[in-house]
Structures are given as structure tokens and as C-alpha cells.
Design a protein around this ligand. Structure first.
Ligand SMILES: [Zn+2]
Ligand SMILES: [Zn+2]
Length: 93
């Protein structure tokens, strides 16, 4: 009986350690273990647009949007051939 309580309290403190490692959004409840994901997410609040088209003044906050722009506006396809029903690049939600 006592052992079980011990295990569960140990698990709780382990969970607390994991929670502390999360990168938290200062604007909403979003959190991620990956700094990259948080940086990308925070841009949705700040409106920062670091991805710039080399061919026109288009700017976007998402790498995937720039890729889509290159295909739709300039007809440039990067590594993945555009096919109907093909999953759109590698999007990390
Ligand atoms: Zn947020
Ligand atoms: Zn462009």
C-alpha cells in the first residue's frame, strides 16, 4: 500500500520536472517542449514575418506559407512535386 503512494508521488514530481521544461507562450496558454515551436507560435501574436520572398516584396511568418507563395505566385516547386492529393509538404502543427 505504502509503496504505491511512494510511486505515485515520485511520478508527480517527475511530471513537475517535465512541465518546468516546457516553453510557455507569454500571450496565451500555449506551451511546447520545443523552443522552435514556441518561437513560431509567438509570431502569430507579434505578427513578426521573417520569411521574405526573394522575387517580390511578399513577407510571411510561416516557412510553409512562403513555399506555397513560391508555387502559387512564381510557379517554383521546391523538392516535392505538386500532385493532387499529395500531403502539403511537412507541416508541423
Ligand atoms: Zn500564444
Ligand atoms: Zn514572391
Amino acid at each position: 500500500m505504502g509503496e504505491w503512494a511512494d510511486v505515485s508521488s515520485r511520478w508527480k514530481s517527475l511530471k513537475m520536472q517535465i512541465v518546468r521544461k516546457l516553453h510557455r507562450c507569454p500571450f496565451c496558454a500555449y506551451s511546447s517542449v520545443y523552443q522552435n515551436n514556441l518561437t513560431k507560435h509567438v509570431r502569430t501574436h507579434t505578427g513578426e514575418k521573417p520569411f521574405v520572398c526573394a522575387l517580390c516584396p511578399f513577407r510571411t511568418s510561416q516557412n510553409s506559407s512562403l513555399k506555397r507563395h513560391m508555387i502559387n505566385i512564381h510557379g517554383q516547386v521546391e523538392d516535392v512535386p505538386a500532385q493532387e492529393g499529395f500531403p502539403e509538404f511537412t507541416l508541423h502543427p
